[in-house]
Design a protein around this ligand. Sequence first.
Ligand SMILES: [Zn+2]
Length: 308
Amino acid sequence: MVISMKIGIDLGGTTVSAGLVNDRMEIVEKTEQLSCCEEGAEAVISRIADMIKALIKKAGKSPVSCIGLGCPGIMDRESGTVIYSNNIGWEQVPVGWKLKEKFHVPVYVENDANCAAAGEYLAGAGQGCSHMVMVTLGTGVGGGMLIDGKLYLGKHGNASIFGHILMEKDGRECTCQRKGCWERYASAMALLEMAKKEGVFDGIKEEACGRLFFDKLKKKEDRALQVFDRYADFVAEGITDLINIFDPQCVVIGGGISAQGDILVSSIKSKVMEKIFFREMDTAQILCSLLANDAAIVGAANLLLVRK
Ligand SMILES: [Zn+2]
C-alpha cells in the first residue's frame, strides 16, 4: 500500500528544520540547516526548496500531498504570504506561492507558534483535548490555541499573543513598547535575568544559561530555589488568566524550558490550583510539551486538519 506523506517546515531566525511526516503523524525523515536569513528571502526559500527536494526523494514511491511552513510573524494565509516577520527579516514574501510553483502541491503558511500548538494537539501532549492552549516559554512567550479542534486565529489572524498580556502596570520594559508584559516575567530570558540579578551565578566563570540555572536548582541551592519559585509564580499568574478566560481541557507548556519537565510543571500546577477561580471544580490539566522542537513540523504538515 502506498502511504501519502506530508512535509512540515519550521523556519526560525537561527535554524530551519523540515520533516517528512507519515499518516500516523510521525516524522520519518528530518533535516536541519542554519536559516542564514541575512542572505535574504530568495536565498532562504531556495534553501528550503532544496530541503523539500531531498525529502521528496526520501519519500520514494510515497507521494507528498502537501507542504506546510511555520514561521514567526504575520501571514496572509489565503495567498501564503509572510506579510511581516521581524525574526527572519521578511516583508511581503509570497513564500507559499513560490513553493507551490516549484512542487505543484498545496502549500500552507502559518505562524510557528500556531503550528506548534497544532502539533501538540494532533500528536503530542494535547492529543484528544479539543480545547487546548499552548504556551511557549522561550526568548519570549508565545502561544497558540485550539477551540473545538481548530486553530483559533481571531478576526485578523493575530490571536494568541499571550506574551503581551499585562503582568504589572508600568512594570518591566517590553519589546512591544509597553511596560509590564507577561513575557518580561515568564520567558526563559526573564528567568535568567532574575537569576543574574539575585546573584545565582555569582562567582561562576561559565556563561549564565538555563542549563546552569537548573543544575543549581537540582542541587537545591537557596537563591536558585527562591528565583525559581518567583518565576513559576509569574508563569502561573498568566496561565491562570488563560484558564479563567478560555476554560481549556489542557494547557501545554513548550519552549526550551519545558525540557525541565516535572520540576517546572508540578510547581506551576500547584500555584495555578491556588489562584484559579473555579478551584473546586474539574479544571484544565497542565502538561509538558511532548514533541518539543518537532511540534511545529508535525503541525505545519497537518495544518489542513486544524483549519476551519
Ligand atoms: Zn509586550
